[in-house]
Design a protein around this ligand. Structure first.
Ligand code: NIG
Ligand code: FE
Length: 397
């Protein structure tokens, strides 16, 4: 167990779980409707929620002497640990000059075609060693954790060749051992077409060399890879290539979770739904048919408001997706082009830019995001049997 109870807003951190061998109870008055004595959450020594309920009932059921640690949450609000369903957190190099280009009118794809964007980051990430990448990643993850994130998706995708994609996945594996968060790892070797290849050659290399090699490392117990991702986009990987890569990943045991319908409507949402994708990210250009297909397939939509904001894109039609029966999750999409590590900021943007309600944004950043990563059995809500990942807000509601 590597669980942590955090106070949002940069406050004090209280560890529970293995590191302190503690049994923690959170006590509080409860907000409106909390009744007398409020609610308590009991976390066992393995970091699992053992019980949750009215404080007087919990007090009657357990002996105080058996409880190692009591955290007084009076006047605070306790929510589940936040889940960030989409990040690109392993990279080196700085692209601030591209922000200037975009402010002067260049589009994301203009910069990409000029050899910048992902290509720029690939150059610097290939040149960086594992130690450098790990320390950059850990610094970012520490900041995510301070903003309440307890489960985070983290991709490769700035290596674009076998050696460097594996290097990125190894860095994620190292981070898993030390960060006080759970990581869902994603192989994204199809994040862009490397400069030395055509998209057909890159697809072939991924299918024939990269996926089989990664699978052999997983089988040898050297890596854990949870998801397969591609950037399905005009000028990157088309729908046919993306489908082949996603299928190969799924056949190798990875969950399908990919970038689709961001800048152009390619009907990749329909393709993903047909493959039974667990989640599709972006979806700014998704069609009504794509929304229906995702709803039927139970594919989660991962909305990324930081990107729509940074790139001045049309925001994804989140209201249509929610009304159409698609579960919507949120991610920071932290990447060299969108520097946001804090899910509370993402939630705020989701309300303002995507027209989500506050309860929708909270669900999208907890239980729905956990579901987008196939982890809702243990993450995303405060329920008996799940990890005791609690965020204490310094606010009464
Ligand atoms: O999700 N759209 C593709 N990938 C990233 C951006 C990565 C980058 O520009 O480095 C995204 O926004
Ligand atoms: Fe992304």
């Amino acid at each position: 167990a590597r669980q942590i109870v955090q106070v949002c807003a940069g406050g004090e951190r209280v560890l529970c779980g293995d590191s302190m061998k503690s049994l923690a109870v959170l006590e509080g008055e409860g907000g409106e409707g909390g009744g007398s004595g409020g609610y308590s959450v009991l976390v066992d020594r393995d970091g699992i929620i053992a019980d949750i309920g009215k404080s007087d009932e919990i007090a009657a059921k357990y002996n105080r002497e058996d409880i190692d640690n009591i955290i007084d949450a009076t006047g605070k609000c306790v929510i589940p640990g936040l889940v960030d369903a989409h990040t690109h957190a392993v990279w080196a190099g700085d692209r601030v000059h591209e922000f200037a280009m975009k402010l002067a009118g260049a589009s994301y794809m203009d910069v990409h075609r000029m050899g910048g964007g992902i290509h720029f980051t690939v150059k610097y990430t290939r040149a960086a060693n594992e130690d450098t990448l790990l320390s950059l990643l850990l610094n970012r993850m520490r900041q995510m954790s301070q903003s309440g994130t307890t489960l985070v998706e983290c991709k490769s995708g700035y290596g674009l060749d076998l050696e460097n994609e594996v290097k990125m996945l190894r860095v994620i594996e190292e981070a898993r051992k030390v960060v006080p968060m759970e990581i869902s790892s994603t192989y994204c070797g199809a994040h862009a077409v490397p400069k030395e290849k055509t998209s057909a050659q890159a697809t072939q290399d991924i299918l024939d060399r990269q996926i089989p090699h990664i699978v052999s490392l997983v089988k040898a117990g050297q890596l854990q890879v949870d998801n397969i991702d591609v950037f399905c986009e005009k000028g990157v990987f088309d729908v046919v290539q993306s489908r082949a890569i996603l299928q190969a990943g799924r056949d190798a045991g990875m969950q399908i979770n990919f970038h689709g319908e961001e800048l152009n409507r390619l009907h990749s949402a329909e393709m993903g739904a047909e493959l039974g994708a667990l989640a599709i990210s972006h979806l700014e250009e998704v069609s009504p048919e794509g929304i229906s297909a995702m709803a039927r397939a139970g594919t989660v939509a991962v909305a990324l408001p930081t990107t729509a904001y940074m790139l001045r894109l049309r925001p994804p039609p989140v209201r249509d997706m929610i009304e159409g029966g698609v579960a919507v999750a949120l991610g920071s999409d932290f990447n060299p082009n969108a520097h946001c590590l804090a899910m509370p900021v993402v939630m705020n943007l989701a309300c303002v830019v995507l027209h989500m309600s506050m309860p929708e944004a909270l669900a999208a950043s907890t239980i729905n995001a956990a579901h987008a990563l196939g982890q809702s059995a243990m993450h995303g809500s405060l329920e008996r049997g799940k990890w005791g990942n609690l965020v204490l807000l310094g606010a009464p509601t």
